[in-house]
Design a protein around this ligand. Structure first.
Ligand SMILES: Nc1ncnc2c1ncn2[C@@H]1O[C@H](COP(=O)(O)OP(=O)(O)O)[C@@H](O)[C@H]1O
Ligand SMILES: [Mg+2]
Length: 504
């Protein structure tokens, strides 16, 4: 057994799978020739795992056909699948009992006779050496890292005769070195004629590894592309055109939600004065500047978290100058700080508890059952990878950010965000902005701080630049380049701008 078996083409025809009302796979047609690395890309919930579970026998499709080398097959169980040469590595790290690697390796072996441990240990070592995996057959599985367990599982599937290897989100939780080794292994395997199906929601992984990528969205196959890939194209397929990168939404003639009249702000290090700004509903204002150039105090002043020392602050035409954060909040202002866990989410509390707490500020009484229902609704509409009982610190950064967005109360006039997408991958970033743009369409205005100049220009209608206590007049984002912005935040090119300070 082992590598070197005959190659195998995989065809999926008109696969449908429902879970209750969810059409998780909707008429999927896919052809994967042997010797290729086929990517399956899609947002969380797109239906990727479902499709792979159908192919690997963990679940059955409602209808549709699977053909291997042109022959229809029925796959009722993972054991059936491996008999046919299909092996799958699961998304969730399996809970291994405390057994030795070699014994784990023997799991699922159906040779009838109990295999000769010595011979198997030799196979194990030979296979491990072939892929440069430093796995000791006598080590205990529960002492292995996620990456090593993954290596063990790959060896086991190959040893059982897999010719098609399915990996579901395999790069989550492994180190960069292990990832590089995994990719190298997958390339070696396909060079030997194996078929690899690589499932991911991460563009960069799919782009460097795959020969072809099929994109799923909301249960449907929305497109297939071959390497070399254009990120923009993949993003469009993943998220749909309407929210593609760079889609700036012109602010309508919305009502004024925030007005700063001659405002002065002071903190220990700098003083900004005579800031004038009028923000309308639907508008996005980006705040650019080096860390510590004044944008932090500015956004906190807009949130009522920092007292202004001059001028007036109006929210929805109401003068809130000098009022508290709670007064701003009651008037539809919400602030999402950069430090998610320190200021926005409470470690140790579950998602349900967060949602219930955020509702209770409205004076609603929510029972346990209602709380769970509320959490389930928000988890599903904000696509949070977690359960109602997940604690917030157990979520990934992107999912924490989604949870924070889901906590924003309706209706909102002004959303203030500090580094809303810092540290997130491009998919989560696009998702977050998609949700924010929805809020704009509903009439909210957004003011956000980012150190990513492209993000600023991409999503803002107007930009304010901060440089050591100076605030620029609003720049039209569509007429500003990254280079100009870069110069301004570094203090260059201000002569040609009108600055608020100059008038004060
Ligand atoms: N066992 C299940 N029971 C109910 N719904 C499910 C089940 N598995 C998946 N789903 C739903 O099917 C959709 C697709 O899920 P999945 O295939 O896991 O997506 P992906 O792997 O692309 O993130 C989601 O809406 C998910 O909630
Ligand atoms: Mg999945």
């Amino acid at each position: 057994m082992g590598v070197g078996n005959l190659p195998m083409n995989v065809e999926l025809k008109h696969i449908h799978k429902h879970f209750g009302k969810v059409h998780a796979n909707n008429d999927i047609v896919l052809n994967v020739p042997s010797g290729t690395i086929q990517g399956i890309l899609g947002e969380n919930g797109a239906g990727k795992s479902t499709l792979m579970k159908v192919l690997s026998g963990f679940i059955q499709a409602d209808s549709g056909e699977i053909l291997l080398d042109g022959h229809p097959v029925t796959i009722h169980s993972p054991a059936d699948a491996i008999q046919h040469g299909i092996g799958m590595l699961h998304q969730d790290p399996l809970d291994f009992p405390p057994m030795r690697a070699l014994d784990n390796f023997l799991l699922g072996h159906s040779g009838g006779l109990f295999p000769d441990r010595k011979a198997v240990a030799r196979d194990f070592k030979r296979l491990a050496a072939q892929f440069d995996f430093s796995l000791d057959p006598d080590s205990y599985v529960d002492s292995l890292t996620v990456g090593e367990r993954q290596q063990l599982e790959i060896l086991r599937l190959l040893w059982l005769g897999a010719r098609v290897l399915i990996l579901d989100e395999p790069t989550t939780g492994i180190s960069a070195i292990q990832k590089a080794k995994l990719f190298e292994t997958l390339r070696k395997l396909t060079a030997q004629g194996m078929t690899v199906i690589f499932v991911s929601h991460k563009l960069e992984d799919v782009e460097v590894l795959c020969h072809t990528v099929a994109v799923l969205r909301a249960g449907k196959l929305v497109g297939e592309v071959k390497a070399p890939f254009q990120t923009k194209k993949l993003v469009e397929l993943m998220f749909g055109k309407e929210i593609s990168l760079g889609a700036r939404q012109a602010a309508g003639p919305g009502r004024s939600v925030l007005e700063l009249r001659g405002v002065a702000i002071e903190d220990i290090r700098l003083r900004m004065s005579d800031i004038n700004l009028s923000v309308r509903g639907g508008e996005v204002i980006g705040l650019a500047g080096m860390e510590g150039s004044g944008q932090g105090p500015f956004i906190r002043a807009c949130a009522g978290l920092m007292r202004t020392v001059g001028g007036r602050v109006l929210v929805n035409d109401r003068d809130l100058t000098g009022k508290s954060y709670h007064a701003f909040k009651r008037n539809g202002v919400s602030f999402l700080p950069a430090s998610r866990l320190e200021e926005g989410l409470v470690p140790g509390l579950t998602l349900t508890e967060h949602f219930v707490l955020s509702e209770e500020t409205k004076g609603l009484f929510i029972d346990r059952e209602g709380g769970r229902k509320l959490a389930e609704d928000r988890i599903s509409s904000f696509n949070i990878r977690g359960t109602p009982l997940s604690t917030v610190e157990s979520l990934s950064g992107g999912n924490q950010q989604r949870a924070l967005l889901a906590l924003l109360q309706d209706p909102l006039s002004l959303i203030l965000l500090e580094h809303p997408t810092r540290g997130l991958d491009i998919e989560s970033t696009i998702y977050i902005w998609n949700k924010l743009k929805e809020r704009c369409k509903q009439g909210a205005a957004i003011i956000f701080i980012s150190s990513d100049l492209e993000e600023i220009l991409q999503y803002s209608d107007r930009v304010l630049v901060f440089f050591s206590g100076k605030v620029s007049s609003p720049l039209d984002a569509s007429k500003t380049t990254v280079e100009q912005l870069g110069n301004l935040i570094g203090g260059k090119g201000w002569e040609s701008l009108k600055t608020e300070k100059a008038h004060g």
